[in-house]
Design a protein around this ligand. Structure first.
Ligand code: KMH
Ligand code: ZN
Length: 310
């Protein structure tokens, strides 16, 4: 990988994995999501990765309209790089998932590199009471559903967003996804520098052992050489351990309540900014510096905040 001198922190502020009953601190409304993103940026995140939720019951929504107030509010208050999910929730299909990024033309959109199992049901062991009926069914349903990202789905997202010069947070949950990236790169549909978000600890993807982290890095190094910028994301309680392992080996890092609700063992994070602060202290402890949004733009070859559609 091409190592940057500065570490890019992405903060994924709400996601579609956790449900409202799991934490009172999970941002739900547009105002809460925008505030969480701005606070994370003020704390040191260069990129915010965004999902939207229904303000009434917190379920994931993926309409361009739902993103609009979030994007406007963040843009008025911060120069942070905005990354719109095309993952939506694992239960949605690609034509719905791509719409917010297609309409709003952000600098970055996420891109998931393979169809996979996406097991959220183990969280039912610790969460038994739910405020909203959809939550239990959503978690339970992950036993028998797929997170669908076929070759055609990926191509559809690439073609839809590339016209807008949107670049991608390329989410790879296993080594096979790196080979799928190599396939699309060979066809010229994805262009370097590739921003590869290696995802550890989701049930259905690679786990969080140091060997897993090394195996993803070695494979990406062999396939892409200095044509990629590496980032790591650890789901759940291993969030900070994965960030520390990755940053020590030259990666960028992602934190946020999408990936983990925790700030320490048994202690819920009260804000996204708290996780940004914590990962910043790990980065500082390694004698590394944190990248600003403009430094991230340069390293990732982004089009610039003046060229988005919102
Ligand atoms: N929650 C992450 C592991 C997306 O938004 O495209 C997956 C994710 C998907 O971030
Ligand atoms: Zn996401």
């Amino acid at each position: 990988m091409k190592q940057s001198k500065k570490v890019i922190i992405t903060c994924a502020v709400t996601g579609a994995i956790h449900t409202p009953s799991m934490s009172p601190y999970l941002p739900i409304t547009a105002q809460q999501i925008a505030d969480a993103a701005v606070e994370a940026a003020d704390a040191g995140a260069a990129i915010v990765h965004l999902h939207a939720r229904d303000p009434e019951d917190g379920r994931p929504v993926q309409t361009a309209e739902a993103f609009e107030p979030i994007l406007e509010s963040i843009k008025q208050r911060s120069d942070v790089v905005i990354n719109i999910t095309t993952g939506g929730s694992p239960r949605m299909l690609v034509d719905e998932r791509v719409r917010p990024a297609a309409q709003h033309k952000p600098e970055v959109a996420s891109l998931n590199m393979g169809t996979m199992n996406f097991g959220l049901f183990p969280m039912l062991e610790r969460q038994t009471e739910f405020k909203y009926a959809w939550e239990k069914e959503y978690l339970e349903g992950s036993r028998a559903s797929l997170f669908r990202n076929t070759f055609a789905d990926i191509e559809y997202i690439l073609k839809t967003c590339a016209e807008n010069d949107t670049r991608f947070e390329i989410e790879c949950y296993d080594t096979s996804h790196l080979y799928t990236l190599a396939h699309f790169a060979e066809r010229g549909l994805l262009k370097p520098p590739f921003f590869i978000q290696t995802v550890f600890g989701l049930l259905g993807g690679i786990s969080t052992h140091p060997d897993d982290v090394l195996h993803m890095k070695r494979t990406a190094d062999r396939l892409f050489g200095d044509q990629y910028r590496w980032s790591v994301l650890g789901a759940g309680s291993k969030q900070m351990a994965i960030a520390a392992m990755g940053a020590a080996m030259g990666s960028n890092v992602r934190v946020g309540l999408e990936d983990s609700l925790w700030i320490g063992p048994g202690e819920l994070a009260k804000t996204n900014a708290q996780q940004v602060e914590k990962v910043k202290s790990i980065i500082g402890g390694l004698s590394l510096d944190v990248a600003t949004p403009d430094e991230a733009r340069e390293v990732l070859a982004l089009k610039g905040a003046d060229k988005v559609g919102f």
